[in-house]
Design a protein around this ligand. Structure first.
Ligand SMILES: Nc1ncnc2c1ncn2[C@@H]1O[C@H](COP(=O)(O)OP(=O)(O)OP(=O)(O)O)[C@@H](O)[C@H]1O
Ligand SMILES: [Mg+2]
Length: 238
């Protein structure tokens, strides 16, 4: 589905990713774990075309996408829920969600039933359902985070990149976000997940990679990583 080989990327002269390889098979949840500054967000940005890789290959369904513009990559079915609540502040909740489906509405992705998907997204995120007409910029931080996630799902994507969907949320909402990830997984949505709650991420994921200073140090089935002493000590609170 999504395959990353020997990816290198960074900002200007600063190289952040030093040749990482990640495989996200169809229907699976893969998590990328790492300390602050390890390069997780940079990985997501390189995949979605927000920054251009300097080396390596990224393929989506066997098609090379590295070097493509991000809107082209979106059209091919890659949705990115970016770090830090990126919503269109002056648009309503509903319009933000419809914008997520834009490539479907303009015919550059299979249209399907946008209206029923909108209803389904709102059922999944009840807090948004109560606020469909509210301007996104007036939502609470946690609600905006959920809107960014729901908007990504509205693409009816081949694969979703979720960068810290629970960041800044109250514990009860963190739980809700993980429940939603489980439900999306049950629907067969393929996901690459970055989460500060590594233990919870490994619980919902099939496979995990640990990123240290721009390099993959360990990877394996999520159940195995959870019991790896080094992973436990560094990322799962001992
Ligand atoms: N726009 C930018 N310009 C220059 N350097 C950047 C930029 N964005 C990130 N970096 C640097 O790249 C490195 C990796 O950052 P990145 O955001 O990928 O880390 P991360 O693993 O997502 O961390 P966190 O867990 O804190 O979100 C850091 O050293 C960071 O300072
Ligand atoms: Mg980050």
């Amino acid at each position: 589905m999504l395959s990353i080989k020997n990816l290198e990327a960074g900002y200007g002269k600063v190289q952040v990713l030093h040749g990482i390889s990640i495989d996200v098979p169809r229907g699976q949840v893969v998590t990328l774990i790492g300390s602050n500054g390890a390069g997780k967000t940079t990985t997501m940005r390189a995949i979605s075309g927000m920054i251009k890789p300097t080396a390596g290959e990224i393929s989506l369904n066997g098609k090379r996408v590295d070097g493509m513009e991000s809107y082209t990559i979106t059209k091919l079915g890659l949705a990115h829920s970016p770090e830090g609540r990126r919503v269109f502040a002056t648009m309503s909740v509903t319009d933000n969600l419809l914008l997520g489906a834009f490539p479907r509405l303009t015919g550059s992705r299979p249209r399907g039933d946008v209206e029923s998907d909108l209803q389904r997204a709102l059922e999944m995120f009840p807090r948004l359902k109560e606020r469909t007409h509210q301007l996104a910029g007036t939502l609470s931080g946690g609600e905006q985070q959920m809107l960014a996630m729901a908007r990504a799902v509205m693409l009816n994507p081949e694969v979703v990149l979720l960068d810290e969907p629970s960041m800044g949320l109250a514990p009860i909402l963190v739980e809700e976000v993980f429940n939603i990830i489980s439900r999306l997984k049950a629907q067969g949505v393929t996901m690459l997940l970055v989460e500060q709650f590594a233990a919870a991420a490994l619980k919902v994921a099939d496979y995990g990679y640990v990123l240290e200073n721009g390099r993959i140090s360990v990877h394996g089935p999520a159940a195995k990583l959870k019991d790896d002493p080094a992973v436990k000590a560094a990322y799962l609170g001992g």
